[in-house]
Write a protein that binds this ligand. Structure first.
Ligand code: ASP
Length: 291
C-alpha cells in the first residue's frame, strides 16, 4: 500500500472505515465494557465495509466464492473460538465467538461451521453479499497473471486488539484469505497462536500478511511468549517477530495491545491500515509507513 497504489477514494474510504471501527470499539470501552466486546464490535463494522478483505468485499477463491476465516480470543482465561472456510455468515467474528461460547471446540471449518452458524441463529447472507466486482476483477487479474500468489500482494484482513478498564485484553481477526485460494486453503487468521492470540499475562495480537509465513513463525503466540518469558516490551517483541517473518520471505504486520493499555504495531510492508483510540480521547488512523 503506497500513495500511488490507492486512489483518493480508496484512501478516504479506508480511513472512514477505520474511524468507524474505532468508534464502535471505543464506545464500549468508554462505557466500561469488556475488551472482548470491543474487538467484536470493531470487526463487525469492518466486515460490512467493502474496503477491507473480510465479510462483504472479501478476497475470492479460485472458484469466485467467499470462504471466510475468523478468530476471537479472550485474554482473561484464554478461551478462544475460530472458524475457517465459512460461506454464509454475515459476521464471521460473531460465529467465532459463538464457537468460543459453546465451549466444546475451538475451531470449526467448512460446511460443518456453516451448519453450526444456522443452528445457532447467526445472521446469514447470500453469496452476492460477499462477492463484489472489484474482487472479481482481482481474481481475473490473478488468473491472467498465471494464477500464482504474490507474496507482496495487498492484504486487507481486519483485526482488532483491545485492553479494557480492568486490564483484560482480547484479540479478533477476520478475513477472506488470499485471492485465488484453492483446495480449502486456510491462512493464519483463524489459527490461534498464528494470526490471533490473547493472554492477560502478555498481550493481545492480531496479524495480517502472507498467512503461510505467519503460521510457520507462530507469530501471535511468539510475540506473547517474548513478552511473558523474555520480558521484552510489546514494540520490541512485535518488531522481532515480524523480522523473523521477513527473514523467512514473508510480508505483513501486527497490532498489539498489552494489559496496561500499551499499544504497538509493526509491519514489513510500505503501509498497513491501522488506527488507535486511547482513553484520553486520542485518535489515530493511518495507512502509509511515513505517517
Ligand atoms: N493473513 C491472511 C491470510 O493469509 C491474508 C491477509 O492478511 O489479508 O489468509
Amino acid at each position: 500500500m503506497t500513495r500511488d497504489t490507492l486512489t483518493p477514494a480508496q484512501d478516504a474510504g479506508t480511513r472512514a472505515g477505520l474511524a468507524a471501527a474505532l468508534d464502535a470499539g471505543a464506545a464500549l470501552l468508554e462505557a466500561g465494557g469488556a475488551a472482548l466486546d470491543a474487538v467484536a464490535a470493531a470487526l463487525r463494522v469492518l466486515e460490512d465495509d467493502p474496503h477491507f478483505n473480510a465479510g462483504r468485499g472479501a478476497a475470492l477463491t479460485w472458484d469466485g466464492r467467499a470462504e471466510l476465516d475468523a478468530a476471537i480470543m479472550d485474554g482473561r482465561d484464554r478461551r478462544a473460538g475460530a472458524v475457517a472456510g465459512v460461506t454464509a455468515t454475515r459476521h464471521p467474528v460473531d460465529l467465532a465467538r459463538a464457537v468460543m461460547e459453546q465451549r466444546a471446540h475451538v475451531l470449526l471449518s467448512g460446511p460443518g461451521a456453516d451448519a453450526f452458524s444456522r443452528d445457532h441463529g447467526l445472521e446469514q447472507a447470500a453469496p452476492g453479499w460477499f462477492a463484489l466486482p472489484e474482487r472479481e476483477a482481482q481474481l481475473a487479474e490473478m488468473k491472467a497473471g498465471g494464477g500464482t500468489f504474490d507474496v507482496d500482494m495487498k492484504y486487507g484482513t481486519v483485526g482488532a486488539v483491545a485492553c479494557d478498564a480492568h486490564g483484560h485484553v482480547a484479540a479478533a481477526t477476520s478475513t477472506g484469505g488470499v485471492t485465488g485460494k484453492r483446495w480449502g486453503r486456510i491462512g493464519d487468521s483463524p489459527l490461534i497462536g498464528a494470526g490471533t492470540y490473547a493472554d492477560d499475562r502478555a498481550a493481545a495480537v492480531s496479524a495480517t500478511g502472507a498467512g503461510e509465513f505467519f503460521i510457520r513463525a507462530s507469530v501471535a503466540h511468539e510475540i506473547c511468549a517474548r513478552v511473558r518469558l523474555a520480558g521484552e516490551g510489546l514494540q520490541a517483541a512485535a518488531e522481532g517477530v515480524i523480522a523473523e517473518v521477513a527473514a523467512l520471505g514473508g510480508t505483513g504486520g501486527v497490532i498489539v495491545a498489552g494489559p496496561s493499555g500499551e499499544l504497538a504495531c509493526s509491519f514489513a510492508t510500505p503501509g498497513m491500515n491501522r488506527g488507535q483510540a486511547t482513553s484520553d480521547g486520542t485518535r489515530m488512523v493511518a495507512i502509509y509507513r511515513d505517517e
